[in-house]
Design a protein around this ligand. Structure first.
Ligand code: SF4
Ligand code: SF4
Ligand code: FES
Length: 899
């Protein structure tokens, strides 16, 4: 710790950050633009000026940029010296000369960092009376609006897009005071993290186009802390609603998980919740019409009563996208032995294997944010940009960890981006990508290896053997493969923080075993490796903790005549198993009850469809890929007929005397029952404060104290103010009433602070700017990593894959847009989903002599357009998953292809 003097007051601080970050961490206000805690300092905007004095006798001082100043013991500075205040005011006046006077029509207005900093700097009168510089705007795709005239040339956008996120189709053009930030030409921004420009840009140049379509000011949004449901990483988000429509998703800072950012699928793939196809009333199949017809709630309960009377003959199928509480409630309704995970046997088996490996060690399972600190990265078989997008962003930062050692050795602090980048230039650390097809991380790779999944696993086994010869070795590797295994092993062993990234998307257990062996081998050398696995869906971990049996087992049980009725929870089974088999499953049951929010092939087969809330209308817990239980809260209270799945199911149980009256009355009751039955999930209780939590006797409001028009909401019905809905499940209220001060991090529904109306207000909620949130970051791990060696090496090295004539190994290809079940139903996302294709090696494609081919899998044939790659292994076919045009295929599988 060192002592610094700010405007006559002495503070004790850690000297590790720059002066701006330190000042902000002390809770003081100092304007800034170009600096961002995740991206470091470049000193370009000159807004963060402070006076620095040589010693106590220095009365004059000199102006320095706080973001470029290291903190040193005895430092004396002033934020309030009149000269430096005037300097900051002048700078902002300059920045504002070309800025339009359009705050009232700007989507950023009211939550704009430029507005805040203008006020903070004291600039309040425009003297500039000449024409302003203007630019043409670009079409940047369905998600981001461009309004270049509002630019203040801080360069944050281009630094984020190109340097932080690795995008190449965006840049800064022209020179002097005519610089332009955009694409080379109009077109959809290609980077998967482009939506962060909306939050990174301190003005209204980049704004959320989906929000614009149903815009409302920030203060008129009802907001709640939530968790993204579009992959397994569990990024923290804030969902905002007005008048029953979800208006936008923004990132919610979590120092352990997603930091400041989220991916575009998470940000923009939400509008399915607003779909006019939403199921809003119970639907019962009419006896006469044979069609699904809307019925009232009591009819739905009667329907279920008739089924539940035959207890013991009920089967429940859960979902990896539904909350832990909803899966548990279904399990309780049907009985543990009659509950099945609603995923294919392959997916379930591989997911459970990944979880077992993570739980048993011996390695550290890092948080997503921790992966940024790895100095050597090995990606084994997972195309993370598409399966676990934000992990790709983290790995991009990890690639710079090793090169940063040089500036550090020269006493250049890591936050000094400008100097550090001058030294490291394009240098990257050891980074290896072993996947069947090209990935967007290849540009970081020291070496890539393109091969079949089993061959990737073999190389993984060989790496483990190189590190520890007692690990099983691999025969007949090629010379290059053996050399690569040695190189990777050497780098991993030399690493201070080696990271092995893998996942289940190739549905190959051997890859996971190879990753585990590498981790264990490193442990044998008295080091600890980090092992990070991506899982298929938002709650795959949670579902796997509840259940061992999968969908294929359910089919067998139904075919054996064990069941009369099926309950399907938030799941379209046609995405999980072959069509004929799902048909068999659903037709073998006398009655099918489906709980869902949107119609799909499964609801079409139901006898009763129960309208449930999607994540924006439900409370619940998800367990992410690293075993972190995180709570999401409903943003608004939906129509009476829509309830959380767990609430419907608790109601069915109560109505049929399966539980005592009010036994599962609210979310806390369900969590208590769940954790009593599954003590290993005890941590779920700690994921967020329960419904009894109060601050000064008050709830935490979902609405800000500036929320307007409350009495107008029902003005078309009557002019009195209706009683607001009550929230029995959480510490949050649906109104502006309640405690508006800082709340526990898991229950923070917005980042807002006096004088800080933009998302930069998060500074005020962090212990140290850029670090953890006060009270700890949200979420609790359900298991502890086992760092000591108690496991055996996996011994079964798979046989090498060899291409065979007329036989193709079909493997899954995961798409950023299109493979995920729900985000693909969002209008903007629909525009950017590629058409279905098959990926082949270009030589294989040439031999087939056709731009469209037929792939024959079991008894099905699908015709697909051919995409080619020079590096995709010969004898393999990549099939995009989750595309209705292709349907479910239990990949990997051997198939035939004809031209
Ligand atoms: S577009 Fe925004 S982020 Fe980019 S330079 Fe201009 S003001 Fe800064
Ligand atoms: S990385 Fe995954 S969890 Fe995070 S925002 Fe994207 S889809 Fe959502
Ligand atoms: S924030 Fe310091 S110069 Fe821009």
């Amino acid at each position: 710790m060192v002592k610094i003097n700010i405007d006559g007051k002495v503070y004790e601080v850690e000297p590790k950050n720059n002066l701006l970050q330190t000042v902000l961490s002390l809770g003081l206000d100092l304007p800034y633009f170009c600096w961002h805690p995740a991206m470091g300092s470049v000193g370009s905007c000159r807004q963060c000026a402070v006076k620095k004095y040589a010693d106590e006798n220095d009365q004059k001082g000199r102006i320095v940029m706080a973001c470029m100043e290291p903190v040193v013991d005895g430092m004396r500075i002033s934020l309030n010296d009149p000269e430096v205040k005037k300097f900051r005011e002048n700078i902002i006046e300059l920045l504002m000369t070309n800025h339009p006077h359009d705050c009232p029509v700007c989507d950023e207005g009211g939550e704009c960092h430029l507005q805040d900093m203008t006020l903070m700097s004291g600039h309040n009168y425009r003297r500039y009376e000449f024409n302003k510089r203007t630019h043409n705007n670009q079409y940047l795709g369905p998600f981001i609006n461009h309004e270049m005239n509002r630019c203040i040339a801080c360069y944050r956008c281009v630094r984020f897009y190109r340097e932080y996120a690795g995008g190449r189709d965006f840049n800064v053009f022209a020179s002097r005071n005519r610089v332009f930030f955009g694409r080379y030409e109009d077109g959809v921004l290609e980077n998967e993290f482009s939506g962060n420009l909306v939050e990174v840009c301190p003005t209204g140049v980049f704004t959320d186009k989906t929000y614009k379509k149903h815009y409302t000011r920030k203060w008129d949004l009802t907001t709640a802390p939530s968790i993204c449901h579009n992959c397994s990483l569990g990024c923290n988000i804030i969902a905002g609603e007005r008048y029953g429509t979800v208006r936008r998703i923004t990132s919610r800072y979590n120092g352990q998980v997603n930091g400041y950012f989220i991916c575009d699928r998470g940000r923009f793939g939400y509008e399915y919740v607003n779909s006019d196809k939403r199921i809003k009333q119970p639907l019962r199949r009419g006896q006469a019409s044979g069609e699904l017809e809307a019925v009232d709630i009591s009819t739905a309960f009667e329907f279920v009563k008739k089924i539940v009377n035959k207890k013991g003959r009920l089967l429940g199928i859960g979902s990896p996208k539904a909350s832990l509480e909803s899966n548990y409630a279904l399990q309780k309704l049907v009985g543990k032995e009659n509950f099945f995970a609603g995923v294919s046997q392959t997916e379930h088996r591989v997911t459970r294997k990944a979880i077992n490996i993570m739980q048993n060690g011996p390695f550290n399972v890092p948080s997503l944010r921790e992966t940024e600190k790895a100095d050597v990265v090995l990606v084994l078989g997972e195309d993370v940009t598409n399966t676990a997008p934000l992990l790709a962003l983290s790995l991009r930062q990890a690639a710079r960890v090793r090169p940063m050692e040089l500036p550090i050795s020269m006493n250049i602090p890591t936050w000094h981006e400008l100097a550090a980048m001058e030294i490291i230039q394009d240098e990257l650390g050891p980074f290896f990508v072993l996947t069947p097809s090209e990935t967007k991380l290849d540009d970081l790779a020291t070496a890539t290896y393109r091969n079949a999944p089993d061959n990737i696993a073999r190389l993984g086994f060989a790496i483990a053997h190189e590190i520890d010869p007692s690990a099983p070795g691999v025969d007949d590797l090629s010379e290059e493969e053996a050399k690569l295994a040695k190189q990777i092993a050497r780098e991993l062993l030399n690493a201070k923080k080696p990271l092995i990234v893998s996942g289940v998307s190739l549905m190959n257990e051997k890859i996971l075993e190879a990753a585990a062996n590498i981790g264990r081998a490193i442990n044998e050398k008295q080091k600890t490796a980090d092992l990070f696995f991506a899982l298929p869906e938002a709650n795959s971990f949670g579902l796997a903790m509840l259940e061992e049996k999968a969908l294929d087992d359910a089919l067998q049980a139904v075919e054996a005549g064990k069941y009369d009725a099926l309950f399907v929870l938030e799941n379209d089974l046609y995405r999980r198993m072959e069509k004929e088999r799902v048909d068999n499953l659903l037709s073998a049951a006398e009655k099918v009850v489906v709980l869902h929010y949107l119609p799909n092939e499964t609801t079409q087969k139901a006898h009763l469809v129960v309208p449930v809330g999607p994540f924006t209308e439900s409370d619940g817990t998800l367990i992410n890929n690293e075993g972190r239980a995180q709570r999401f809260f409903q943003v608004f209270s939906p129509e009476q007929t829509i309830k959380e799945s767990w609430r419907w199911l608790a109601g069915f149980m109560e109505d049929n005397g399966l539980i005592a009256e009010d036994e599962l009355n609210n979310l806390d009751d369900v969590i208590n029952a769940l954790t009593a039955e599954y003590p290993q999930l005890q941590a779920v209780k700690e994921a967020a404060p329960d419904s009894r939590f109060r601050i000064n006797g008050q709830k935490i409001p979902r609405q800000s104290h500036r929320f307007s028009g409350r009495t107008a909401i029902n003005a078309h019905v009557d002019v009195s103010e209706h009683k607001p809905p009550q929230d029995e499940d959480s510490p949050l209220s649906f109104t502006m009433e309640g405690y508006q001060g800082p709340a526990p991090s898991a229950a923070l529904s917005r980042f807002w602070y006096p004088g800080w109306n933009s998302n930069q207000a998060v500074n005020k909620f962090q212990v140290e700017v850029g670090g953890g949130l006060h009270g700890g970051d949200p979420g609790v791990r359900v298991f502890k990593a086992q760092l000591t060696n108690k496991t055996e090496y996996f011994k079964d090295v798979p046989a090498a894959f060899k291409a065979e004539k007329d036989q193709w190994l079909a493997v899954p290809i995961y798409l950023f847009y299109g493979s995920d079940e729900l985000s693909r139903l969002t209008p903007g996302v629909e525009e950017v989903i590629p058409s279905p294709f098959i990926l082949l090696n270009e030589k294989d494609a040439e031999a087939l002599k056709s731009s469209r081919v037929k792939i024959h899998i079991l008894n099905r044939t699908v015709e697909l357009e051919v995409k080619t790659s020079p590096t995709f292994p010969q004898g393999m076919a990549g099939i995009p998953i989750g595309m209705p045009e292709i349907g479910f295929v239990n990949l990997p599988i051997m198939a035939k292809i004809t031209g």
